[in-house]
Structure formats: C-alpha cells, structure tokens
Design a binder for this molecule. Structure first.
Ligand code: BDR
Ligand code: CA
Length: 318
C-alpha cells in the first residue's frame, strides 16, 4: 500500500521536482501540499505548486496556503521575487502554464492539524521550506508532535552553509520555528541537510536524459534542474562540472527508499542568537552536549540511484 505523505513547500525549482516525485511515485500517496513563505512569497509558492500539479495531471491533489512570514522575526526580508536567498536572479514563476486549479479555502495550519488529528493511517510529514507552518501547528495543537509518526526535513548543514557560512536557507529563514521543531519531541525526525544533498548532484547530461523521456514530468524536471545548473555554475559551482543539488527531491527520495541516504542518530539544535551563526543547525557529531539524539541526520547519498529514481518515476505517462 502507498505511504501517505504531506509536503510542506516553498516552490521553487527543487521543491517542484519534489512535488512531482511525491505525486507520481506509486509508493507514495500525496494527500496534500502546504505552502510557506520562503525563497519566494507564499502566494507565488502556491501558484507554482498548483501549476506543477496541473502540468503532470495531478490537479486532484489539494494545495493549502500557509504563513506569509516567520514566526518571530519582524526584520526578516520577505522575498520580493527578483532575487533568491543568495541574491541571484530567481523568477517567481516556474516556466510551465499557469494553473487552472485553485488553492483550498482552508489554510495550511488548519489542514495539518486536522489531518494528523483525524488520521487512521500513518502520514509522513515532509517539510522542504522554512519550518514556520510546522512550528505554528505545534503551538496550536499541543499534541501535534505526538500525532506525526515521522517527519523528514530538508534543511540545515554541518560542513556546509548556503545562505551564510554557518547556515542553510530553510533553517536560517525561520530559526525560531526550526528550533521549536527539533525540540518538540517528534517520534522520528530524519534530517536531510546540505551535506547529503550535495552528494546527490544532478548533471546537465542527466537533465538531457530527463528531457528525452518526452513526458510532461521529464521535460519539466529538465527545465527546472537545467535552470538550477545555470545558477549554480554561475554563483555556486559544484565539484562535479555542470551539476546541481536538487535538495528537496532527495528528501522525498529518502521517504520512498531510505537506503538512498546514509544517516547517523545525533542531537540537533538550532542557533537563534549568534550574529555570525544564526540559523545554524548545531549537530552534535561527537556527543559533547550530553543530550540524547533527536534526529537521524543524513551525511551521504547515492547520487546514481537518486537519479535513477527520478528517471523511472518521470518516465511514466501521466
Ligand atoms: C533549500 O532552500 C531552498 O532554496 C530550496 O528549495 C531548498 O529547500 C536549500 O537550502
Ligand atoms: Ca524548498
């Protein structure tokens, strides 16, 4: 039986690939997407999510719009759409036709709380944007953490930052929310940080294979990943020439096939104060803090099996 999953996204090119993977892989049943302010404004994230689902023939998957700003930071620069978090050009709108379907009337937080309250089967929660919606659900429903059997988060970094030398974007963008999530007592947290996503790079040649599939999903994935390669080549060159991480899709891949990532059980906390380190995931790799591990943290990933997963999933006709 397919595993139920909810994706919390700030769609975005790599979120878009994650949405397609979750919506199309037969081992998953994507019961809904929630959107959150992040790389771009939440309205644009919602529009992009709807257009991706329409484009691949999955308009029946509901989309719930979430919060417009972080839970605590009044000074957070709410994105205006011209730039991504590295200050590079980042169009708001994905290059596929506008949506014909509409977002749901209910909001993301209401949906998350009600889905997990009423669930009779396990639902995996997969946040791949700032953790604002999830922290708010924790605030409003004191039992929320206990109701979620597994949460797989794309965020953070141990060796690597991408928005500052210390911090990864999703955690940095709402550090108080992320700190709450790691301290909430979730039964099972899997963290897929930059350390793992940068081990699963997709190359330009692989993009051409996706394009050659001739399916809506294959061609859209090629366009989204191709755009990422251009941006990374220009501003954040990877060790493998003409390649890019597709962060959020790896988190979904790890739900489908946990052996795609290599994890260690460690304690993770989030820095919310340090002027140089705000938004850093402090991962206690040498057990110096004396706190019990609270997350399975991925440090490696199998790049070629990850690509095969994308290729096989996007090959299927919608
Ligand atoms: C994360 O930040 C966003 O730009 C991406 O979608 C991904 O979720 C990577 O740091
Ligand atoms: Ca994202």
């Amino acid at each position: 039986m397919a595993r139920k999953i909810i994706l919390d996204v700030d769609t975005g090119t790599d979120d878009a690939v994650a949405v397609m993977l979750a919506a199309l892989h037969p081992a998953l049943d994507l019961v809904g997407c929630t959107t959150v302010n992040g790389n771009i404004r939440v309205e644009s994230c919602t529009d992009n999510t709807l257009r991706v689902l329409d484009h691949i023939g999955r308009s029946s998957i509901p989309v719930y719009e979430g919060l417009t700003r972080p839970i605590a930071r009044v000074d957070f620069p709410i994105p205006r759409g011209e730039k991504d978090h590295s200050g590079k050009y980042h169009p708001d709108t994905l290059p596929i036709p506008p949506p014909t379907s509409r977002k749901q009337d209910a909001g993301a937080i209401e949906f998350l709380i009600e889905m997990f309250r009423a669930a009779t089967e396990e639902i995996v929660l997969v946040p791949v944007g700032p953790l604002t919606n999830i922290a708010t659900a924790l605030l409003l429903d004191p039992k929320f953490a206990k109701r979620v059997p597994e949460i797989v988060i794309m965020g953070g970094g141990h060796e690597l930052g991408n928005v500052t030398p210390s911090a990864e974007f999703n955690v940095w963008a709402d550090p108080e929310a992320a700190a709450m999530v790691f301290a909430a007592g979730f039964e099972k947290i899997t963290l897929v940080p930059l350390d793992a996503t940068h081990r699963a790079l997709i190359t330009q040649a692989q993009c051409e294979e996706l394009e050659a599939l001739g399916t809506s999903a294959g061609q859209a994935a090629a366009a989204f990943i191709g755009h990422r390669i251009v941006v990374h080549d220009t501003h954040q060159r990877q060790d493998v020439p003409h390649s890019t991480p597709v962060h959020d899709a790896l988190a979904v891949g790890a739900v489908i096939d946990p052996s795609l990532i290599v994890t260690r059980k460690l304690h993770v906390a989030v820095e919310t104060d340090g002027p140089l380190t705000v938004g850093r995931t402090v991962i206690d790799t040498h057990f110096r803090g004396g706190k019990a591990p609270n997350a399975e943290v991925a440090f490696d990933a199998d790049a070629s099996r990850f690509f095969d997963l994308l290729l096989r999933t996007f090959a299927a006709k919608a």
